[in-house]
Structures are given as structure tokens and as C-alpha cells.
Design a protein around this ligand. Structure first.
Ligand code: GUN
Ligand code: FE
Length: 431
């Protein structure tokens, strides 16, 4: 029962978006990787478990990064002068081409995984590249990190650089079959996810084959949706008969729950900045997750996703770093950015759409995105035990702060980039 223990400290979480749930000097109990809840006094039945007393430290649920490109970690914080389609062609595709070379992949993916491991993220949905070898290498490194992730070999058979475009839809599908068979039962914490890059990079034939693969294996799906104006125009040109962008995924049953075929295809779509009403309604109906990536949307001049509207409609929403459209792998930073861009949306676009408050953005980063993984993102009973221990004494202050203030300040001031004192994912200590 290595994964059974108790931790003690100041526990901060959000059970719902509306309010913080704070527990000073309390105990969180983990039994075999699952939370038993939070207790002000430790129940007798748990008194013989190992107790880690973190004193006055803050204890948060682990952060969920619902959208990150591991091969782009190498050029984060650079090349921020173009919009999406030009940025892909000029900077991103040439970098991703390098992952044909396993030596480069080992070096670059090693650095990316080290960064995820030492930061606040405990779970992630990760894009690799179109290369099977490097994708398997990334999965092995992720497994060794102890973090929990979905990792996708990217499918792309048109509209990329020559070296990055797969030779045909059949070859792309065949490689994907081989990859899924090799990895699907190989790891405890690392799982394959079907990853058509986005509609511009996938022919109809490839999408048809991915539908077959999804049906054969029942694995989840990740992609991009309605991110930038240039991209959306291009999709309209490529598929003029589709009423909206998301319909192009839905045509191939790669867009969430589908009543017609009575299947639940767990799907996460990054961005959804410019989704039409019809598209949003289909996402809601199908339970498609939105990965909100505010930093990327600013850097690539994509726009501001109306997350308040999506929250009010009851959509599934989490946060993503979208490295390297986003420059930081910190989900604390994504929380801050999500609040800030929602304020700009309110002030500049529509004053009927109220800005996000801290508890809402924290919820998106934990339980919101966590739902893609199951019961994840809080210490409620039955949830998988993902925890961050944060020593905020490194952020000096002269005045007395209450726990809510300490929680918000730790996020806004990026305490995750200074030091994580300890971290657990599904009950395993990873830091
Ligand atoms: N759309 C297709 N590929 C990408 C990518 O790598 N990053 C972002 N932000 N959007 C994309
Ligand atoms: Fe992306």
C-alpha cells in the first residue's frame, strides 16, 4: 500500500466554480491512490498510516494541462511575430521535422518532460509529432516521470512541409494502427489519444480512416477547432458544404458523444475562440471538452474565447498551455491569463459577459480539465489523489494574509515556477 498515506497542511480547492473550499491545518487522506476526503481531525481508522506534515504549506490539487505540444517546448518564448497559419509554416513545422531524428527527440523531449515533472502539472493531453518512433519515446519518458497523460502521434497528410506530411492517408492510418497496438497496454500512466492535427492537415480519406481506428479501439480524440480567422476561412474553402468547422470532425464521428452510433468518443478541442452558436450547441450536446489556451490566443493574435458564455451553457472546459503558441508551461499562469483575457473581453467586446473570477479559473485548471481523466481535480472522496505542496514563505509579505489571499497570490505570483515542495499524481510521489 505504498500509495496510502495522509498529508497535512492548508488545503485549498474548488468543488464548484463559484467558491473556494478552504481547510486550514487539515488532513487529506489517500488510500491506494484515491482520496478519502479532507478532515479537520484525523479519523482513528487512518491513524496508523504514514503522515507527511507539511506545516504551514499550501496544498492544492494537481494542475491539468488539457493541451500541450511537447515538440514545441524547444522553441517556446520565441517566434511570436506571426499569426497561426504563417507561424505553423515558418517556425513550427520546421521544428517538428527534427523529431524524425531520435537523438534530437531524446534530448528535446527529455527537457520538456523534466519541465512538466518539476512544475505544477500532474495530468496532460499531449501532441507529439507525426513520427511514431519519437512519439513512443515521449510516452516512455512521460511514464517514467510518474505524471499521467494522453499522448498523440499526430496525423497529417496534407498542407504541411514536405518532410512533415505523411505519404498518404493509408500510410498515416497504418502507422497509427501500429503505434496504438504497440502502446495501448504498455504503460500504467500514459495512454494513446487519436490526434488529427486539424482539418487543414487531414484529407477526407484520412479522417474516414481515423473514424475506423477510433471505433476499433475506443480511444479519445484531441484536435484544434475555430482558433484563428485565417484557419477558419481555409477550412471553409476546403469543406464548403459543412455549416461550421466542428461539423467537419462530427462528420467522421470524432466530436464527442454520438447518439446516432450510440458511442461516447471522449474529445478535447483546443481554442474554440470563434465557434458559432451552432458549433457551441453541438459541443454542449456531445460533451466535447474545450481546452482554453489564453496565452496562445494572445501570442498568435487569435482572439479571446468567450469562456464565460461556455461556462454558463454548461460546456466541459479546461485550461491548456498550448506550448509553444503559449510560451509558458505553467497552468498557474494560464489561470491568471484566463482571468485577464476575460476582463478584456468584458471591457472591449461585450459588457454583458462578466469576467471570470479566481475560483472559476482555478476550477477550470483542476476539476474542469480533470473531468477528461475521470474523477480528478479535487480531494473529495473517490477522486484520484493529485496534490501539490507549495511553500509560499518564499513570497514575503509584511501583513497578515488569510488562506484565500495566500491561494490567489501563489497563483498570480507564479509560485509553481519558483518551487514545488512535493507533488503527488494518483497517490504516487513524483517530487
Ligand atoms: N493548429 C494546428 N496545429 C497547431 C499547433 O501546433 N498549434 C496551435 N496553436 N494551433 C494549431
Ligand atoms: Fe495547439
Amino acid at each position: 500500500m505504498e500509495k496510502s498515506f495522509v498529508i497535512k497542511g492548508n488545503i485549498c480547492q474548488t468543488k464548484n466554480p463559484k467558491e473556494l473550499d478552504l481547510h486550514e491545518n487539515s488532513y487529506a487522506v489517500c488510500i491506494d491512490g484515491l482520496s478519502k476526503g479532507i478532515f479537520a481531525a484525523l479519523p482513528e481508522e487512518y491513524s496508523s498510516l504514514p503522515l507527511y506534515d507539511y506545516g504551514d504549506a499550501l496544498i492544492f490539487p494537481g494542475m491539468v494541462d488539457l493541451h500541450v505540444h511537447a515538440p514545441q517546448y524547444a522553441f517556446r518564448g520565441m517566434c511570436m511575430d506571426l499569426e497561426l497559419m504563417d507561424w505553423l509554416n515558418r517556425y513550427t513545422f520546421p521544428e517538428e521535422e527534427k523529431y524524425e531524428n531520435l537523438e534530437y527527440a531524446q534530448k528535446a523531449y527529455g527537457m520538456c518532460v523534466d519541465a512538466l515533472k518539476s512544475g505544477a502539472t500532474t495530468r496532460a493531453c499531449i501532441f507529439a509529432t507525426r513520427h511514431r518512433g519519437a512519439t513512443e519515446l515521449l510516452m516512455k519518458l512521460m511514464e517514467e516521470s510518474g505524471l499521467i497523460s494522453f499522448v498523440g502521434k499526430v496525423n497529417m497528410d496534407r498542407e504541411a512541409s514536405e518532410a512533415l506530411t505523411e505519404d498518404s492517408a493509408d500510410i498515416s492510418a497504418y502507422t497509427t494502427f501500429g503505434w496504438i497496438n504497440a502502446v495501448k497496454d504498455k504503460f500504467e500512466r500514459t495512454f494513446p489519444i487519436l490526434t488529427p492535427r486539424f482539418i487543414p492537415c487531414c484529407t477526407d480519406k484520412l479522417m474516414e480512416e481515423l473514424r475506423e481506428i477510433q471505433m476499433a479501439y475506443g480511444i479519445p480524440v484531441q484536435s484544434h477547432l475555430s482558433e484563428s480567422k485565417g484557419e477558419i476561412e481555409f477550412v471553409k474553402f476546403l469543406r464548403p458544404d459543412d455549416p461550421f468547422y466542428g461539423d467537419s470532425y462530427n462528420d467522421y464521428d470524432l466530436f464527442g458523444k454520438n447518439d446516432d452510433i450510440d458511442t461516447d468518443v471522449k474529445t478535447v478541442m483546443a481554442h474554440c475562440v470563434w465557434s458559432t452558436e451552432e458549433e457551441v450547441e453541438l459541443m454542449r450536446k456531445n460533451g466535447v471538452f474545450v481546452a482554453h489556451c489564453p496565452a496562445s490566443n494572445m501570442n498568435l493574435t487569435s482572439g479571446i474565447a468567450p469562456i464565460r458564455k461556455y461556462l454558463d451553457l454548461g460546456l466541459n472546459i479546461g485550461l491548456g498551455s498550448d506550448i509553444a503558441g503559449g510560451h509558458s508551461d505553467s497552468i498557474f499562469r494560464a489561470i491568471t491569463d484566463a482571468i485577464q483575457v476575460s476582463k478584456m473581453y468584458f471591457r472591449m467586446v461585450d459588457e454583458d459577459v462578466k469576467p471570470l473570477v479566481f475560483s472559476e479559473a482555478f476550477y477550470l485548471a483542476t476539476k474542469g480539465g480533470g473531468a477528461f481523466f475521470g474523477n480528478v481535480g479535487s480531494f473529495e472522496e473517490g477522486y484520484e489523489f493529485d496534490a501539490l505542496i507549495l511553500d509560499d514563505s518564499v513570497l514575503p509579505h509584511p501583513q497578515k494574509l488569510n488562506l484565500a489571499e495566500r491561494m490567489e497570490r501563489a497563483v498570480y505570483l507564479g509560485l509553481d515556477t519558483k518551487k514545488i515542495a512535493a507533488k503527488f499524481a494518483a497517490g504516487r510521489k513524483v517530487i
